[in-house]
Design a binder for this molecule. Structure first.
Ligand code: KIV
Length: 265
C-alpha cells in the first residue's frame, strides 16, 4: 500500500478521484483494510460503542485511543492513519488540545488528528495546523454532542442550519483543515458544501456528492445486528463468528476436537 499524502488528497478532489476511508481499531483489521487498498484508516472514537462496549463515544479516553491507534499503526505501517480526538481531550483549553494532539502523533505514529465541531473550532484548528499537526475537521452530526442534541439526528435540514454548516465549513477550511468529515446531512447539502470548498469532504450519510466516504468497520462487516441507514453490510461477520464459535463449542463437548491432527506426542 502506497501511503497517501496530504497534497494527494487535494489533488484527488481536483481530479474527481473519490477517497475511501474506514475506521479501524486493531492491528489485524487495519492490515486487512490496508491490503484492500483503503486510502485512510480512521481510529475513530467510535471505538467506544464498537469495541469497548460503551453506549456512545463519550467515555472514551486518550489512553484508550493511544493504545488502539498504536495497534492500528503496527498493523498497517504504511497506511495514512488518523487519530480521532476523544471527548474532552481538546475542548477544555488550547494547551490541553495541543498536548493531546501532539501525543497522538508522537506516541502512535498517526499522520493526522480529527476533531468535531464547526466554526467554533476554527481557531483551535489553526493553532494545531500552525504547530505542524494536520487536522481533519468533522461537522454535521457530532456524536460527541449526543447529550446536548438529545440523540442522533440529521443536521442541516432547515435553510438557516444549512447556511450555518456551510459557513462553518468555510471557516474550518480557512483555518487550515486538510479535509472535512460531513456526518448525516442531506445529500444536496453535502454536495453544496463539497462544491464550495477546495479541500476534500468525506461523507458519512451525506450523499454521493462528497469527495469521499467513510464508514464504521463494524457496520460494513455486519458485526452487529443493527445497521444504520447510511451503511451497507458487505459481509455477515457477526453471523460467521457465532457459527464458528458454536461449532467449536459443540466439537469440544462431543470430543471431536482436539483430534490426532491437533495433538502433540
Ligand atoms: O469515530 C468515528 O467512527 C467517526 C466517523 C463516524 C467519522 O468519527
Amino acid at each position: 500500500m502506497k501511503k497517501t499524502t496530504l497534497s494527494a488528497f487535494a489533488r484527488r478532489k481536483r481530479e474527481g478521484e473519490r477517497i475511501v476511508m474506514v475506521t479501524a481499531y486493531d492491528a489485524p483489521t487495519a492490515a486487512a483494510a490496508a491490503d484492500a487498498g483503503i486510502d485512510i484508516l480512521l481510529v475513530g472514537d467510535s471505538l467506544g460503542p464498537t469495541v469497548l462496549g460503551y453506549p456512545n463515544t463519550l467515555p472514551v479516553t486518550m489512553e484508550q485511543m493511544l493504545s488502539h491507534a498504536a495497534a492500528v499503526r503496527r498493523g498497517a505501517p504504511d497506511a495514512f492513519v488518523i487519530f480521532d480526538m476523544p471527548f474532552m481531550s481538546y475542548q477544555e483549553s488550547r494547551e490541553k488540545a495541543l498536548r493531546n494532539a501532539g501525543r497522538a502523533l508522537k506516541e502512535t505514529g498517526c499522520d493526522a488528528v480529527k476533531l468535531e465541531g464547526g466554526a467554533e473550532q476554527a481557531a483551535l484548528v489553526a493553532a494545531l495546523v500552525g504547530s505542524g499537526i494536520p487536522v481533519m475537521a468533522h461537522t454535521g452530526l457530532l456524536p460527541q454532542h449526543v447529550q446536548a442534541m438529545g440523540g442522533y439526528h440529521i443536521q442541516g435540514r432547515t435553510p438557516e442550519a444549512a447556511e450555518q454548516l456551510l459557513a462553518g465549513a468555510r471557516d474550518l477550511e480557512q483555518a487550515g483543515a486538510f479535509s472535512l468529515v460531513l456526518e448525516c446531512i442531506p445529500a444536496e447539502l453535502g454536495a453544496r458544501i463539497t462544491e464550495a470548498l477546495r479541500i476534500p469532504t468525506i461523507g458519512i450519510g451525506s450523499g454521493a456528492g462528497c469527495s469521499g466516504q467513510v464508514q464504521v468497520m463494524n457496520d460494513l462487516l455486519g458485526i452487529f445486528e443493527a445497521t444504520p441507514k447510511h451503511a451497507r453490510r458487505y459481509a455477515e461477520v457477526g453471523r460467521i463468528m457465532r457459527e464458528a464459535l458454536s461449532a467449536y463449542a459443540s466439537e469440544v463437548r462431543s470430543g471431536v476436537f482436539p483430534d490426532e491432527a491437533h495433538s502433540f506426542h
